[in-house]
Write a protein that binds this ligand. Sequence first.
Ligand code: FES
Length: 564
Amino acid sequence: MPEKNIIRFEPTGIVAKASPGSNLYTVSARHMLPLSFDCGGRGTCGKCRVKVGPQSHLTPLTEKEKEHLSAEQIRQGLRLACQSSVCGDITMHHPDAEENTADCGNDVGGKEIKGRLERDSLHPHLSEENSLAEENFLSGENSLGLALDIGTTTLAAYLCESGSGEIIASASQANSQRMYGADVISRIAFADARADGMKILRESLLHSVNMLIRDMLESCAENHKIQPEDISEVCVVGNTTMQHIFAGIHPHCLGVSPYQPAVRVFPEMKAADFGLHLHPDCPVYIFPVVSGFVGGDTVGAALADAPYKRDDISLIMDIGTNGELVLSTPEGLWTASCATGPALEGAHISCGMRAVPGAVHQAELNPEGQIHCHVLDDISPRGICGSGMIDSLAVMRERGMILPDGRFQNEDPDVICDSQGIGRKTILISAEECASGEEIAISLKDVRQMQLAKAALSAGIRFLMKKAGVEQIDQTILTGAFGAHFDWQNAAVIGMIPPEAIEGEVHVKQNLAGRGALMALMNPGQREEALEISRNMRFVEMAAEPDFTTAFAKATAFPDSVYS
Ligand code: FES
């Protein structure tokens, strides 16, 4: 037996070596392959499919693989990377290369440079003034600051003129840590499971951040020559787990009861402490956190929206891989975290994917009562993202295809039943209409995942209101990677947002957390305000509330109507 086995990756043609017994998940992760590892390699999501051969050079099929792969897929040579290990030279072909590149392929260079477009959406009222800021910047009169929003799924960066906050450029890309799990719980489990887990997670994150900075600076090169050393300060917001990993603090304490952060206020650090490709002495300010699951991003959103400066009762909903709530009343700020899980970002859904080109992102009933899907960028459909799931469930409820308890209506002609006549799925788009040759369907299990996600949010909102003693909300603000991009009325139809939260005004505000980071860059006084917010917010631990489990279970049902 040779000392090392040769692994050839297709279609890239990259060749690597691995010791016999190496797991394909580990090998893929080491080479940053664009695979989805939603469950962090536990064999439960079935998303890490690869076509690999010869089969004789791999360990035998596991029970988990038999569970997630059809007989036809096994015949074609598909395996789950996290369940297979090498014992000879192999060729590994990513079967849905295009789909997964779109799903998490931004991890390895599929960055989205949004530049001026995103700048204008952040500061629409400033766009006409930006040319002046750019002139000032070009004349070297201003220093530059970098705001980073490090999300579980997506990383965003904004380069701005520190004094005025004018945005020179911005960029975003997927967080390459996704290959170690779709949510923070999986990442913490990964850090705990291996001696080098934390090191791998941090290096992956910092690598992504450095790529993001490089790409963003390159995007400016046409108009301005900016060197990394020109950036004089960095402000970072993220959830508590991401901020811990970023700062090099093991997140173990966030995965075990009582789920407390190791630090709430982060020490002042320098770019060299992170290996960021900036001037080594460039100061890096990390936002304070409130609790294990209410992080600096929530503090940043509260700072940017400043509901405590208004007289009304406001609710900020920051929905991403997790859901964070901030309720502002005349008595102060209340906050809670809702374990919505990653279903809303397409993970743990059988045909789920991120909201990138090819994703079904909207659905409606046509006059004939059929579900009509809209695909992002109008290309061949490849999967369904969270907003598409919400719309689909809403119209399926409207048509009566789903019962209040989440089961399919077995009599519906578009529901596919098993041999016992029990509804198992409905096909949204047939295999013939998809370039991948695989249909896009919603299964009973997918409906269940969405029921859990929506129940966590709606029960969380109701509990927070109860704790704060309020019965109505004057103003609801939707933000976050997912929160600003879904149809909130359909979310109300499926009971994800309770009626009392949408009876007042509803506003969608993009990137509130990133705006908070920008404010702290522009004005160091805002950091004091952020600290005050983090200290004064009253955190409600849902799991500790005696009635929460019952309320959560009740909230999994679909309402008969939005106002029931
Ligand atoms: Fe392999 Fe989830 S099944 S990562």
